[in-house]
Design a protein around this ligand. Structure first.
Ligand code: GLU
Length: 306
């Protein structure tokens, strides 16, 4: 059976971009008779307090998009032992090493950048001797990186088509664990989606370029990957990216102004799922849902729609 998921990082109240992602995850799974699972991505507990997670659960219920389980949801902040187990598998194979580079070293003017603006790690700490590691560890707690192969990873996204990255050339060794001990998103998301039995991942196009790293981790950890659907970014009418700073489009304000069917109807209209912004329930949309209707390029919200 299809198992989709919501994986929000509760660093604030949901906004329209998060909501579009939840709506499409729900429709994609439900239109095939599947289920949607909920995982709260609160690895960074400082940034992601529990009250925001609780608000997301309530907002999803208000919208008619409640998850099917588990109850309570999976909280990443409670799973360090599980991540440790998989981290150790990589560590035992000599794939993990400490990195002492500071943020300013990583972002030095000469550092090569990816097309998404992130820095490609140059491998500065890859070949440190045990003596060098011991010396550096006296003054700085290291973060931990995984050695990636010089290999093309290609996959076919359910919505965006083929995507390829050479991990060594296009990304570099990436973080598995921060200096304060918190496990990295890339590791946690792979372990959790696999252990929760997720069969399809629906998420924003900003994570398309994380997928080759994650597929490689699936392979190295002996886990079965899901199918991926990356959805276009939702932009404001003036072309700016929507963010939690667009307070007027937070669920808090939308709930004060509209009924849930109105919010869903307008959003469904903006992303091609219905010809007018008429109020609609998610269940009604599921009957005719087809990924082919969703644009591949960024979606601009029409002026005055919300
Ligand atoms: N927690 C991430 C977010 O809220 C999503 C991660 C994922 O879908 O893989 O942006």
């Amino acid at each position: 059976m299809t198992a989709g998921r919501y994986a929000p990082s509760p660093s604030g109240r949901m906004h329209l971009g998060n909501l579009l992602c939840c709506l499409l995850a729900w429709l994609s799974a439900k239109s095939r008779g599947g289920q949607v699972l909920l995982r709260i991505e609160d690895l960074d507990t400082q940034r992601c307090p529990r009250h925001f997670a609780d608000a997301i659960v309530k907002d999803l219920a208000w919208l008619g998009l409640s998850a099917d389980g588990p109850q309570p949801p999976v909280y990443q902040s409670e799973r360090a032992e599980i991540y440790q187990h998989y981290y150790d598998m990589l560590d035992r194979r000599g794939l993990v090493y400490p990195c002492f580079c500071s943020r300013s070293q990583l972002h030095a003017a000469s550092a090569p950048h990816r097309s998404d603006g992130q820095v490609i790690y140059a491998g500065t700490c890859r070949g440190l001797t045990p003596e060098q590691v011991a010396e550096k560890a006296k003054t700085r707690a290291p973060a931990w990186r995984v050695r990636v192969p010089d290999e093309e990873i290609t996959f076919t996204d359910g919505h965006m088509g083929r995507y390829t990255e050479n991990l060594a050339r296009d990304c570099g060794d990436f973080y598995l664990r921060r200096a304060d001990g918190v496990f990295a998103y890339q590791l946690a998301v792979v372990v959790d989606d696999a252990l929760m039995g997720v069969t399809e991942v629906v998420r924003g196009a900003d994570l398309l370029s994380s997928t080759p790293r994650q597929l490689w981790l699936y392979r190295e950890l002996g886990l079965t990957p899901p199918v991926f659907y990356h959805l276009p970014l939702l932009l404001a009418a003036d072309g700016r990216r929507l963010s939690k700073r667009d307070g007027d489009q937070s669920l808090e304000n939308l709930r004060a102004k509209y009924a849930p069917q109105e919010v869903i109807g307008k959003l469904a209209f903006a992303c091609g799922l219905q010809p007018t912004p008429r109020p609609v329930t998610p269940a009604e949309l599921a009957g005719t849902f087809d990924w082919g209707r969703v644009p591949e390029g960024d979606i601009c919200l029409p002026e005055g729609l919300f």
